[in-house]
Design a protein around this ligand. Sequence first.
Ligand SMILES: [Zn+2]
Length: 250
Amino acid sequence: MYFKDYRRVLAVFAHPDDAEFQFGGTVAALTRRGAEVNYVCCTDGSRGGTDPSMTDAELTAIRAAEQRAAADVLGVKEVRYLGRKNGTLEVTEDLRHDIVREIRRYKPQLILTMAPFRVLDMPISLSHADHMAAAEATLIATYPEASSPRAYTDLLDEGFEPHRVNDVWIPANGDADRIIDVTDVVELKARAIKCHTSQLGGKTGKPAWSFDDRPGPALRAAGAKIGVAFAESFRSIEILKTEPAKGPQV
Ligand SMILES: [Zn+2]
């Protein structure tokens, strides 16, 4: 499908803040065009940050508030949590089951998720084990499980009918085949990242976050490939073949 034709999009990721760093500009571009974007965050983020005096419950509440604020900046409708502890995410049937429920709930045409493998030419933080597990579980949940009427019949009993997703996009670098111009919304992406105050250092001994360190250079490099100031790049996986709408690729 063409970018302009996506009306329902689901982002599935590991931690509060992943979506903003990895594809916040694309999310903002989608919602500006009228698409409905919803988030599924697999963990509660309770092990993030650097303050050992804070309880898990306190940090979970702070990060949920930060994530909701960031989602509001980008125009995201709902944020759902699957409640796992970060640092513990694995590709289990139990996790896939819960992701299938959300795919069937929101019936997305496009799923945005993370890279399901370790990317050796990128900073190691992008290949966090939770990111890889969330992504691989999402890919298996997308195909074949979400569309299979014989997978997770308990979800049928809950009223969640099988659904076929058209495409999955994962953030990519050298092998990207979808490069989205986010120049007009890059300010929103930066504002949304800034909402995650508890993770951005400064007061906690870590250097304070700066857009020019992350993700500025990657956005500029992707933008240079298509002649714009800022872009986000993805590798697309076609799940359901559809006839593209007529008109230029956008
Ligand atoms: Zn993360």
